[in-house]
Design a protein around this ligand. Structure first.
Ligand code: PLP
Length: 393
């Protein structure tokens, strides 16, 4: 008798998404008719702007329903290059851009395209969990570099120096960061780039939250790098334009590197969906809608900060993105705390351990939910964790 069919052992070694686990528990609660404040998912509390939908419907009706060119429709690749050139005074051409199935695929292409079994990737933590688990699927090892709350969770580039070895293939950075909101400045980016050049390793920069910065302007790796630097920029439409369900993103790198990663993209997905790319093209011409959404997140951030301060929870005020990383009160573990908050109060948070080793006593709160959900959820949080501070008489 043959045994049970086998999976790739690398797949058994990685956990199912910890964020999805909470999402499923929250969904089950909702199905029972109980309220849920969805602060666990990085899901914009806005609908996709109407002009994007209209342009997509037109493309659909005009018959753009067949395979798109592998690397994306030329119009969108050019528009992405132009958009980044405008933002960052870069000098990109369409040949540098690959349109992907969300930033998720752009990141997967970058990591699976450069990593081999036995090689290493350096990942500052806490971080978006895909950086930790995708490399393991490629048989590579992840070297976690913990950032510290007392330094605002900002990466100290000196922390990396002793960690780069001949086995290092890539460094992954994410600014503004999920889950801390920490950002990298031009000086840190230059230093990282210098390290990458010196050691011949890739610098993979995920800038999907480029439009959400609250305390200082976002700086892109594109502002400090040269065209042939070992840099891959990852970006997308999900967050800026409230298009998470559209599954469109992109990567940007030197055209000769893009052509290598294109092979992986071809064998994985052939191309991103065709007609939605026309909607994404329209998205890039919008200015007012994304700005209004970013402004709304600024106000929601303030409301959340106020609530956390009132109940005396320790946290680092996020510089960007739409998350707060906060310490679990009372020394309770993050897993237990998040489970309890969901079951007892309907508050959806993600336990910190999901974002890297050593953050088990933390949790992540996303403030992208609708204004009403934020307000009601913060009132619930204040009631659950302590009485609000009375205004001075
Ligand atoms: N990168 C980061 C840092 C994220 O937080 C997310 C989603 O939460 C993604 C990439 C994935 O984005 P997309 O929806 O474009 O695949």
């Amino acid at each position: 008798m043959p045994g049970a069919p086998k999976f790739n052992p690398a797949l058994s070694a990685v956990p199912a998404s910890g964020i999805r686990r909470i999402a499923n528990a929250a969904e089950a609660r909702r199905e029972r008719g109980l309220p849920v404040y969805a602060f666990h998912l990085g899901e914009p509390g806005f609908d996709t702007p109407e002009p994007i939908k209209q342009a997509t419907l037109q493309a659909l009706q005009a018959g753009q329903v067949h395979y798109a060119p592998n690397a994306g429709i030329p119009e969108l690749r050019t528009a992405i290059a132009d958009d980044l050139n405008r933002r960052y005074r870069a000098n990109l051409e369409a040949g540098s851009v690959l349109v992907t199935v969300g930033a998720c695929e752009a990141l997967a292409l970058s990591l699976l395209g450069v990593l081999e079994p036995g090689q290493e990737v350096i990942v500052p933590t806490p971080c978006w969990p895909n950086y930790l688990h995708l490399p393991r699927l490629a048989g590579a090892e992840v070297v976690e570099v913990p950032t510290r709350p007392e330094e605002g969770f900002r990466l100290q580039v000196s922390q990396l120096e002793g960690l780069i070895s001949p086995r290092t293939r890539a460094i992954v950075i994410n600014s503004p960061n999920n889950p801390t909101g920490a950002m990298l400045g031009a000086e840190e980016l230059r230093a990282l780039l210098e390290l990458a050049r010196e050691h011949g390793v890739w610098l993979i920069s995920d800038e999907i939250y480029q439009d959400f910065s609250y305390t200082r302007p976002h700086v892109s790796v594109l502002e400090v790098c040269q065209p042939d630097d070992p840099v891959i920029l990852v970006g997308g439409f999900s967050k800026t334009y409230a298009m998470t369900g559209w599954r469109l993103g992109y990567l940007v790198t030197h055209p000769s590197y893009a052509n290598v990663l294109l092979k992986l993209h071809q064998y994985l997905v052939t191309s991103a969906s065709h007609f939605p790319q026309w909607g994404a093209l329209r998205a890039l011409s919008l200015r007012d809608e994304p700005k209004a959404m970013a402004e709304a997140y600024r106000l929601r951030r303030e409301r959340v900060i106020r609530a956390l301060e009132r109940v005396g929870i320790q946290f680092v005020a996020p510089e960007g993105a739409f998350y707060v990383f906060a310490r679990v009160p009372g020394g309770e573990g993050g897993d237990r705390f998040c489970e309890r908050m969901l079951l007892e109060h309907g508050l959806g948070f993600v336990p910190g351990g999901v974002f890297g080793q050593g953050y088990e006593g933390w949790f992540r709160l996303c403030f992208a939910a609708s204004a009403q959900e934020i307000e009601e959820g913060m009132v619930c949080l204040e009631a659950a964790l302590g009485s609000p501070i009375k205004p001075p008489r």
